[in-house]
Design a protein around this ligand. Structure first.
Ligand code: PBG
Length: 326
């Protein structure tokens, strides 16, 4: 039945009708807010390419977490910037490391808020790569697994509610699961950055976390942006190794991958609206070229519509505020 019997505009006539037939809901509870916490910092240090986001000292990270929780945001994702870096990235498994300290402090201040710890070595290695290096400068997979496992156990010991490996080593979910179980953390879930692409949109993050590779790039371990079938394969492998939640990263240029994974797996699915995606919207908004509020809410809704249950985003606090006003 076509026009005139069918008129699609009938259900778009009023806000109430549009609300009744809206297919995708956006709630603050869907959001996770990433936080950068830096050891030895006295005051928050703004990140140039991410207006509104700063590297935080421990107390600042706790304040951010308190604010996020008050706005109804479900969790925070912690990235640590240690005072000292070395070849191995040993700060990652220091029980008194900055992420471990922040995990404990946030738990104390915000009972019920989910603390997720990003698990990778790149913020802790002097060379900025996500694992141990060979003489020729390539990242050693199997030797790195042991270090990741050690860091995961240290994060779990600090009380992390979810461990989120972002390194893209083969076999890391299995290695981390085994190590957690051996140490009595069989109840600690793993949120795997499963389809993590080698993306230009991580640029501002690397400034924030001071984690740009000193030589080369990450294409030897992160995924080729051209590959969606491979993303499915990576994700199924992570699930097989014991991932409890899976993730696509970045979000916007990869919504097709989000949709495919939504079809292919019943696991909770997260999408990471990364630093470069945030920077683009912020830059255009500050120039007066985009209305920030509508652009952000539309973007986050689109990520949910594609199939993500959880949206990790630097816009989380603003978006949660705007949702309260609507
Ligand atoms: C660490 C990591 C990165 C991001 C999250 N975890 C950077 C990278 O892989 O280079 C990027 C997040 C963002 O851009 O917001 N491996």
């Amino acid at each position: 039945m076509g026009f005139p019997a069918t008129r699609m505009r009938r259900l778009r006539r009023t806000p109430a009708l549009r609300g009744l037939v809206r297919e995708t809901q956006l709630r603050a509870a869907d959001f996770v807010l990433p936080l950068f916490v830096e050891e030895g910092l006295a005051t928050p240090t703004p990140i140039d390419a991410m207006p509104g986001v700063a590297r935080q000292p421990l107390a600042g990270a706790v304040e951010e977490a308190i604010e996020a929780q008050a706005l109804g945001i479900s969790g925070v994702l912690l990235f640590g910037i240690p005072r000292e870096k070395d070849e191995q990235g040993s700060g990652a498994w220091d029980d008194d490391g900055i992420v471990q300290q922040a995990t404990r402090a946030i738990h104390e201040a915000c009972p019920g808020l989910i603390v997720i710890t990003d698990l990778c070595l790149c913020e802790y290695t002097s060379h900025g790569h996500c694992g141990l290096l060979d003489e020729d400068g390539s990242v050693r997979n199997d030797a790195t697994l042991e270090l990741l496992a050690r860091a995961a156990v240290s994060q779990a010991r600090a009380g992390a509610d979810l461990i989120a490996p972002s390194d893209m080593m083969d076999g890391r979910v299995g290695a981390i699961r085994e190590a957690l179980d051996e140490d009595g953390f069989e109840e600690t879930p793993i949120m795997a950055y499963s389809a993590k692409f080698a993306s230009a949109f991580y640029g501002p993050f690397r400034e924030a976390a001071d984690s740009s590779p000193a030589h080369g790039d990450r294409r030897g371990y992160q995924m080729d942006p051209a590959n969606a079938r491979e993303a499915l394969r990576e994700t199924l492998l992570d699930i097989d190794e014991g991932a409890d939640l899976v993730m696509v990263k970045p979000a916007l240029p990869y919504l097709d991958v989000v949709a495919r994974l939504r079809e292919a797996t019943g696991l909770p699915l997260a999408a990471y609206n990364v630093s470069g995606e945030y920077a683009m919207v912020k830059a255009a908004a500050l120039a007066g070229w985009l209305d920030e509020r509508s652009a952000v809410l539309e973007t986050l809704t689109a990520i949910r519509r594609a199939g993500a249950d959880i949206v990790i985003t630097y816009h989380a606090k603003d978006a949660a505020r705007w949702l309260q006003e609507t």
